[in-house]
Design a protein around this ligand. Structure first.
Ligand code: GLP
Length: 247
């Protein structure tokens, strides 16, 4: 196995709570922490735990900055189906992040390419991402970097696969056909530029993707396998997601 640190927890809740505790401590040591964040079902327990720690006075986001990985193209920031709304519900409304330090790709930007460039510049201006957390798609995607013969390095517009549209159908009333065909996503290089990278994957449905991610072959057909190139990457799993890798 490659040189990434793999941590296996008894269950998803324990993984999420441990990661929330590490983030709270990192905020204490470094209040101006720059976080890269995913959406999806996986980080929900992490975000709720951060909200709980904040309410207890143990996680102060007053000076922190966040950048989210991705957004659906054509979906407005305040649309109930947007990732931005999702993040407000699960994290932003629960902690004391300053609105101006919450960064999101705007799915309704008139010029998507210019919007992607703006995002890269904003990350650079913030000094880069200290801790990037990513979820894992069942097809091995990270952010919305879908398996393909080649990947775009930086933030870009991407065509979503049918599988990914089905996986996101719940946000769109359960119907994959209503999920936008395109999205904006941080690129693999955007993700790899973070100083620390944590892949969080839980549940048996991710076990095959985890196995392929850690399979020693870096391939654009498994975009998550690029984390093997990062000098400070960790893969956090529950037992179910670790079910197909050797202990
Ligand atoms: C989605 C998102 C990713 C997310 C992944 C896994 O399509 N674009 O950012 O990490 O797929 O989602 P989930 O955590 O719901 O399984």
């Amino acid at each position: 196995m490659a040189d990434v640190r793999v941590r296996i927890f008894a269950d998803a809740r324990t993984a999420a709570h441990t990661l929330a505790g590490e983030i709270a401590r990192a905020l204490t040591d470094h209040p101006q922490l720059v976080l890269g964040l995913p959406s999806g079902r996986t980080p929900i327990p992490l975000y709720h735990e951060l909200g709980r720690l904040h309410a207890l006075g143990r996680a102060d986001f007053a000076q922190a900055t966040t950048f989210n990985l991705d957004e659906f193209l054509g979906v407005a920031p305040d649309d109930p189906r947007s990732y931005q709304t999702f993040m407000r519900q699960h994290l932003f409304d629960r902690v004391n992040l300053a609105r101006r330090r919450i960064h999101f790709l705007d799915g309704t930007a008139a010029d998507p390419a210019a919007e992607c460039d703006r995002y890269e510049r904003a990350i650079a201006r913030a000094g880069g991402i200290d801790l990037q957390i990513v979820g894992l798609g069942v097809n091995g995607h990270i952010g919305f970097n879908e398996p393909a013969p080649a990947l775009l390095a930086n933030t870009h517009r991407v065509r979503l696969t049918g599988l990914t549209r089905r996986a996101n159908a719940a946000l769109f009333g359960g119907q994959a056909s209503t999920v936008p065909k395109d999205a904006l996503s941080a690129g693999i290089a955007t993700i790899l530029r973070a100083r620390r990278l944590v892949v969080l994957a839980t549940g048996a449905s991710k076990a095959s993707a985890v196995k392929r991610m850690l399979g020693e072959r870096v391939t654009t057909q498994v975009p998550a396998s690029f984390v093997l190139l990062h000098a400070n990457a960790e893969v956090w799993l529950d037992r179910a997601a670790a079910g197909k890798i050797k202990p």
